[in-house]
Design a protein around this ligand. Structure first.
Ligand code: NAI
Ligand code: MG
Length: 504
């Protein structure tokens, strides 16, 4: 049976939600900060202030860590019957799905993408992340170990391992896909039995506030999930340096990732980082261009390029170079730019004026470096929000800054190669400090697999770009990060291994 959606009720509910000033969610209650300073929440499609959040700092982080520590030490979550813990996670997944319209609407207002797009990817993926990790709760096991230690006749050793939750975890998330990001962070932590202090990005916090309200209805004990709002250099820095936090998990820029590591040294927090990317897309000459060209355009222009996996460096074989350039140019020019609740437009805004300035500066750099601008390159001045045209630079060189640095905007660089040698093609693609994602386009699957082996990156797609899934490990080589999220590997960083040996 189809759900009957009462749009009027949803819209008025969301209106009331926006009118609130959102505080911090600590120990099951919403609190305003001691300083009672607020941060405006802006709709980047219009530049309008649509809501506000509290700007927390050390004192709120300390309250949240204290609540998370108390909840952890009490065992209310980590010692709950695993099957009951899983049940609460499944219930939260159902609650999320039941509120898809509300979450999508908030997300659309907060980051300016179309509601339809968020319904397709953000909310469903988030619910499925929770379900995936809820499935793990009852399957977290140690192992028995074959022990070769010398022992006298008649004596034996029994050695086994147990997995324990790491404790209180701090989680700091960015503004691209904020809802899915929040859920994908909390899911493995909850499955492991950890308690959480999460900080949403100040640029897009709203859907995460809504998540906290759903968590409050899910039966999760108070203090297990806590949320502190605020700026990165205040609330974020307080989380990554707090001695009461056992582990920090961060998604965001590489520069801040490095700051997190420095801040985490005080108590040697376990640290996982999911950072930037400059993902290569490699088009071999036998690729099916009818499929590849639209997919390559989506890989870079989706969410206006504000995606850590964005396929931002395209390498094209010389035999098909002109044809590919032409195809991409036609497609980029046909894309409609704007944002509305009906999901009418192909390309939405950038998240903020700051991001707009950054992207426009990179476009200027590209022009001054001598890259050939084949389409786009301008801010859309007819719209009041932060919109930039889909932009393509051809004839790029490996030394250009637009090729080397993460732009996080709708800017594609194209380089030509005339080589058939897989080692040399891989060397071109690997010539970057990042190693998050990559894709290879070819009808010769053997070549595709061989090239995949030679690419230094956490994910490689063959005839698909950025095909993420809750069961598939996700993370980066090189400066794209430390550790993995998703899959079994995404659970491990939330667990400690204890080896127990008995002398029998
Ligand atoms: P950012 O890395 O500053 O922000 C991400 C999160 O970290 C936010 O919640 C922020 O409040 C927090 N944060 C900032 N400084 C912190 C600190 N010192 N300690 C702890 N937490 C801190 O990213 P920003 O400034 O919003 O975007 C700048 C660039 O970063 C983008 O242009 C893009 O290149 C990159 N970026 C990459 C992302 C990815 O998924 N790989 C996501 C967001 C940004
Ligand atoms: Mg920042």
């Amino acid at each position: 049976m189809n759900e009957i959606i009462d749009h009027e009720k949803i819209n008025s509910g969301i209106q009331a939600f926006l009118e609130k000033s959102h505080g911090h969610f600590i120990d099951g209650n919403w609190l305003d900060g001691a300083a009672n300073k607020t941060i405006d929440v802006i709709n980047p499609a219009t530049g309008d202030v649509i809501s506000s959040i509290q700007s927390g700092d050390e004192s709120e982080v300390d309250l949240a860590v204290t609540a998370a520590r108390r909840a952890f030490d009490s065992g209310i979550w980590s010692k709950m019957l695993p099957v009951e813990r899983a049940r609460i996670m499944f219930r939260l997944a159902d609650l999320i799905e039941m509120h898809t319209s509300q979450i999508s609407l908030l997300e659309a207002l907060d980051i300016g993408v179309s509601r339809d797009m968020m319904q397709m990817i953000g909310v469903k993926l988030a619910a499925n992340q929770l379900r995936y990790y809820a499935g793990w709760v009852t399957k977290i096991n140690g192992e028995t170990i074959t022990n070769s230690r010398a022992r006298p006749e008649g004596r034996e050793f029994l050695t086994y391992t147990e997995k324990e939750p790491v404790g209180v975890v701090g989680q700091i998330i960015p503004w691209n896909f904020p809802f899915a990001m929040a859920v994908q962070k909390i899911a493995p932590a909850l499955a492991a039995g950890c308690t959480i202090v999460l900080k949403p990005a100040e640029d897009a916090p709203l859907a995460t506030m809504y998540l906290a309200e759903l968590i409050a209805q899910s039966g999760l004990p108070s203090g297990v999930f806590n949320l502190v709002n605020g700026y990165g250099r205040k609330a974020g820095a307080a989380i990554s340096s707090h001695e009461g936090v056992d582990k920090v998990s961060f998604t965001g820029s590489t520069d801040v990732g490095k700051e997190i590591i420095r801040a985490a040294t005080g108590n040697l927090k376990r640290t996982t980082l999911e950072l930037g990317g400059k993902s290569p897309v490699i088009l071999l000459k036998d690729a099916n261009l009818e499929e590849a060209i639209p997919a390559i355009a989506r890989a870079i222009f989706f969410l206006s390029g504000q995606n850590c996996m964005a396929g931002s460096r395209l390498f094209v074989h010389g035999d098909i170079y002109d044809q590919v350039l032409k195809g991409l140019k036609v497609l980029a020019r046909s894309m409609t730019i704007g944002a509305d609740m009906e999901g009418t437009y192909d390309i939405g805004p950038l998240i903020s004026e700051k991001q707009l300035t950054r992207v426009m500066a990179y476009i200027d750099i590209g022009v001054s470096e001598g890259a050939r601008l084949i389409t786009g390159g301008k801010r859309v001045t007819s719209l009041s929000g932060y919109f930039v045209e889909p932009t393509i630079f051809a004839d790029c060189d490996p030394g250009m800054r637009i090729v080397k640095e993460e732009i996080f905007g709708p800017v594609l660089t194209i380089q030509k190669f005339d080589n058939e040698d897989l080692e040399e093609i891989a060397a071109l693609a690997n010539d970057n400090i990042f190693g998050l994602s990559a894709s290879i386009w070819t009808t010769d699957l053997a070549q595709g697999h061989k090239l995949a082996r030679r690419i230094k990156s956490g994910q490689v797609g063959i005839n698909v770009h950025a095909a993420i899934d809750p069961a598939t490990p996700f993370g980066g080589f090189k400066q794209s990060g430390w550790g993995r999220e998703f899959g079994r590997e995404g659970l491990e960083p939330y667990l400690e291994t204890k080896a127990i040996t008995a002398y029998l």
